[in-house]
Design a protein around this ligand. Structure first.
Ligand code: EPZ
Length: 421
């Protein structure tokens, strides 16, 4: 199993480029099923989850021609309506194939999706199933934790999400694009990736209004054309690198990003004394002589503080001078990784599964660790970069899922990090 070997304490400086957003690419790729014409996607991040998503498409019979950071996808020859179990249960993004397959072929069989084990009961999909039922589909549970969904004819729906869900919003929005009639979705998620998906589908002839607001209205069509899509910058990679620079008191310019998409973090940076400035597509972090101040956070749906930045933020608070409360309101298990951080010397008290109190500043010491999930993985890398001594991080597939060539990019800004097979 490959692992990272990191020696902490190096001064980090220079420039780092943000890649295309994982959580946008993982929706655009399945959306290619909605059109029979070939589509081109560029600024595609070269990460494991994108590889998995393209593998699922190829397995279904689509033609996938990939070059560096772009891919041409032709789904006209798809000849299967069952998602491969071994592929689909590796990542959460596999659920995004279900809606387009149902809309185009009227039937789809798929396993419960995989992904980070951070939610209760292995990332539920009840909102998706309720949504497909609202479109007139019938669902049967098959052996092996698998579902078959069928619909003679899908109908438009008026659906209220009882819980704000990013992928459930995206799935129902893209599915309605080729269900003739007016679909109204309420209490939708508002993440930038949802607006990017809607803009892309509208450029193909879809009629989606309200993406990025709680109410989305879709006028379904018989079919949509094809077009070229440029994946938006990854806001979570942006935030992860900004927090890394702040924690390491680095002189780092983060380029090819959109500062507007990490405003909740930047507002906190102002409060805690991080020395930063921004431009249209960059964030510059500079070393600061004043100590970091603690600041409580509660994770929230966009545009609030992103749950995906909670783990890196905890590292920052171990270096703040005082006490901070971290409230993870979205997921039930997303703070369990902090036990490993305590082993590195952090002073953390877990009040309940959703809240921890962090006391800083504390010295961190290198340890042998295992990355439990994608975002805890990047947090452990940040901890290792500022720790005394050497850290080994195992199971770095979890990090490669969302951060392209992380070790190569960090070496370029001065980090002592190596990948050992
Ligand atoms: C997306 O996951 C992202 N993944 C996650 O990023 C991100 O943490 C999350 O949105 C929240 O921002 C992708 O886009 C591929 P949710 P998603 O549905 O859509 C519950 C990363 O690190 N829920 O908004 O799965 C769920 O358990 C990943 O890049 C149901 O109960 O998250 C959670 O508590 C991690 N039933 C809450 O809703 C459902 O049917 C919000 O989850 C669906 C979700």
């Amino acid at each position: 199993m490959p692992k990272f070997i990191i020696k902490g304490g190096n001064i980090l400086s220079g420039e780092i480029t943000v890649g295309g957003a994982k959580n946008s690419a993982l929706k655009i790729i399945p959306a290619a099923i909605l059109s029979k014409e070939p589509i081109t996607i560029t600024n595609l991040p070269n990460i494991e989850d994108v590889d998995r998503s393209l593998e699922v498409l190829t397995d279904l019979g689509a033609e996938v021609m990939r070059e560096k950071d772009s891919v041409i996808i032709n789904t006209s020859k798809i000849n299967k309506n069952e998602l491969s179990h071994s592929m689909a249960n590796k990542f959460r993004g596999s659920i995004m194939f279900v809606g387009p397959m149902l809309a185009r072929f009227g039937e789809v069989t798929f396993p419960h999706p995989g992904g980070c084990v951070i939610g209760a009961g292995g990332r539920p999909i009840d909102l998706f199933l309720d949504g497909y039922k609202a479109y007139g589909a019938e669902i049967t549970e098959e052996a092996g934790y698998c579902y078959k969904i069928k619909a003679k004819k899908l109908k438009p729906a008026n659906f209220f999400f009882p819980l704000v869900s990013v992928t459930a919003t995206e799935s129902m929005m893209m599915t309605a694009v080729i269900i003739p009639g007016t679909t109204i979705l309420k209490n939708c998620a508002m993440e930038p990736e949802i607006e990017a998906l809607a803009n892309y589908l509208n450029s193909q002839g879809a009629d989606i209004k309200g993406a990025g607001t709680p109410t989305i209205i879709i006028e379904g069509k018989d079919k949509i054309k094809a077009n070229k899509f440029i994946v938006i910058p990854d806001r979570i990679e942006t935030g992860s690198f900004a927090i890394m620079a702040a924690a390491a008191n680095a002189d780092l310019k983060i380029t090819h990003c959109n500062p507007e998409h990490v405003m909740a973090l930047l507002k906190i940076f102002e409060k805690i004394g991080v020395n930063f400035s921004t431009g249209p597509d960059w964030i510059q972090i500079k070393p600061s002589s004043s100590p970091l101040k603690p600041h409580d956070i509660k994770t929230h749906e966009y545009p609030g503080f992103a749950t995906d930045l909670q783990s890196p933020y905890v590292i920052l608070m171990t270096q703040a001078h005082g006490t901070s409360l971290i409230h993870e309101s979205i997921y039930d298990r997303r703070l369990l990784w902090t036990d490993m951080l305590s082993q590195m010397g952090a002073n953390i008290v877990m009040c309940d599964p959703h809240r921890i109190v962090v006391q800083g500043p504390t010295k961190l010491y290198g340890k042998r660790l295992v990355s439990p999930d994608l975002r805890a993985g990047i947090a452990l890398v940040i901890a290792a970069l500022i720790a005394n001594g050497q850290t080994e991080i195992d199971n770095i597939y979890q990090i490669d899922r969302g951060y392209e060539k992380l070790d190569e990019r960090l070496r370029l800004i001065g980090a002592d990090i190596n990948r050992v097979e």
